[in-house]
Write a protein that binds this ligand. Structure first.
Ligand code: SAH
Length: 243
């Protein structure tokens, strides 16, 4: 499990977020992967308003209660909405430029820290992980470590609200069947690398996990997974609670 922070010279998404905040526009945020063709993240999407958010995210915002942790908060889009609703929220991110921008945008409690840093300990009623929030876990093999950390951070009766996608649609044949190599790595384990202007980040692992697999790992690690809502395209919002 990666427990480090990004350095400002290798923080492409943070650079894009800071640029968009300052100038109301940004260059292309490019995304590379050994498994996919080059892609882009529209930087303005990282500043989405509640109306512009997918229904899974809006549902998570409505369900979040008590003391909330926004994990990998980015530009702070969810934290700012929760704050306006009068909810208590703590935003964390490993991107120094994102945390700086969140503070400038008015997120009152934004901290530069890695979720998996052993020194990060506090107690929350709701832990939010949004925009394929399972990604931060990196690989399936990290799920036990993730649940261990969640046990340390959750108050009694607390929950994790996480969105993810089942990438099986990438393996769909014309007849509607799915061809997945079960002997290979889990099909939701993706490597990404981003670039913004001349700022190139390090490659990182990003986990997309289908609900059934998430439920199995949750059960093995003392949690119960509930499917709260399904999105339009193999995406879903899950609620994880201690058994
Ligand atoms: N939640 C935001 C941003 C999603 S992008 C949104 O919905 O718009 C994922 C974010 O997670 C990035 O800002 C990245 O820097 C941060 N991140 C990745 N790994 C992390 C970790 N281990 N701990 C905390 N933040 C992390």
């Amino acid at each position: 499990m990666n427990t480090t922070l990004l350095s400002a010279d290798k923080d492409p998404m943070g650079a894009a977020i800071a640029d968009f905040f300052k100038h109301h526009k940004a260059n292309r945020l490019r995304v590379f992967s050994s498994q996919f063709d080059e892609d882009e993240i529209p930087v303005k999407d990282l500043f989405r308003t509640e109306e512009q958010m997918p229904v899974l995210e809006r549902t998570a915002i409505q369900l979040a209660k008590g003391k909330i942790l926004d994990v990998g908060a980015g530009s702070g889009c969810h934290s700012l909405i929760l704050q306006k609703m009068g909810k208590e929220v703590h935003a964390i991110d490993i991107s120094p430029l994102s945390v700086e921008t969140m503070q400038q945008r008015g997120v009152r409690h934004a901290t530069l820290i890695n979720l998996f840093d052993e020194h990060f300990c506090d107690a929350y009623d709701t832990i939010l992980m949004l925009m394929n929030g399972s990604g931060i876990i990196g690989k399936l093999e990290n799920l036990p470590g993730f649940f261990k950390k969640m046990k340390q951070l959750l108050r009694p009766n607390g929950c994790i609200l996480m969105d993810s996608s089942d990438l099986k649609y990438l393996f769909e044949e014309e007849d509607g069947s799915f061809v997945i190599d079960l002997a290979g790595d889990y099909y939701g384990e993706i490597d990404f690398r981003m670039q913004y202007r001349n700022v190139l980040g390090e490659s990182f692992d990003w986990l997309y996990v289908d609900f059934q697999t998430l439920s199995l790992y949750a059960a093995e690690n003392g949690f119960r997974a509930e499917l709260i809502k399904e999105g339009k395209h193999y995406d879903y919002l899950a609620k994880l609670t201690l058994k």
